[in-house]
Ligand binder design. Structure first.
Ligand code: CUA
Length: 182
């Protein structure tokens, strides 16, 4: 059977395209480190965050020599802490540390994305989204909500500051208890 040269070419290109689709989908699902928020994490009562040991007064806690836990509550339409629009301080951590984020929502589904990085998660009421980030040198990062959450969605933003270790002055009880060898 004779197949026209152009027909062969187009057949080849279509096969290449299909292979490309399958490869990108496979990479996106398995290779890119993408995980879904699910029931395996801690669950919380979104209506009673005020009584939760960590989310009642969310913020940064030093948990090791170079490791910090950061508790964040997403609200319509701000991050606590992080959003200056509601008078909250930026999320501040020292450079070259490991930062574990624990994020939940007080109302609807939000997003928590550190702009310019691949740190990004959905924030679901009742669930705690966990995200570990190795931060490098001093920098400022915008934090954005990337799930549509209502009329103020586009205004929902926060700030994360990575400061030189000498300038970090965490004053939470955990820091005090560890003696603060900064
Ligand atoms: Cu919160 Cu969009």
């Amino acid at each position: 059977m004779h197949i026209h040269t152009y027909e062969k070419l187009w057949l080849g290109l279509s096969l290449l395209l299909i292979t490309g689709f399958v490869a990108t989908i496979t990479y996106g699902a398995l290779g890119a480190g993408v995980e879904m928020v699910d029931d395996s994490g801690e669950t919380v009562d979104p209506g009673a965050l005020g009584e939760h040991p960590d989310f009642a007064d969310p913020g940064v806690e030093r948990v090791g020599p170079n490791e910090y836990d950061v508790y964040v509550v997403a609200h319509r339409f701000y991050f606590e802490p992080g959003s200056s629009t509601q008078g909250f301080d930026p999320i501040t951590v020292p450079a070259n540390s490991t930062v574990n984020f624990y994020i939940t929502s007080a109302d609807v589904v939000h997003g928590f994305g550190v702009a310019g990085t691949n740190a990004n998660t959905m924030v679901v009421p009742g669930e705690v989204s966990e995200l570990t980030v190795e931060v490098g040198g001093p920098a400022e990062y915008g934090i954005v909500c990337n799930e549509y959450c209502g009329s103020g969605h586009h205004t929902m933003e926060g700030l994360m500051q990575v400061v030189p270790p000498g300038e970090y002055n965490g004053t939470d009880s955990q820091t005090a208890r560890l003696g603060g060898d900064r």
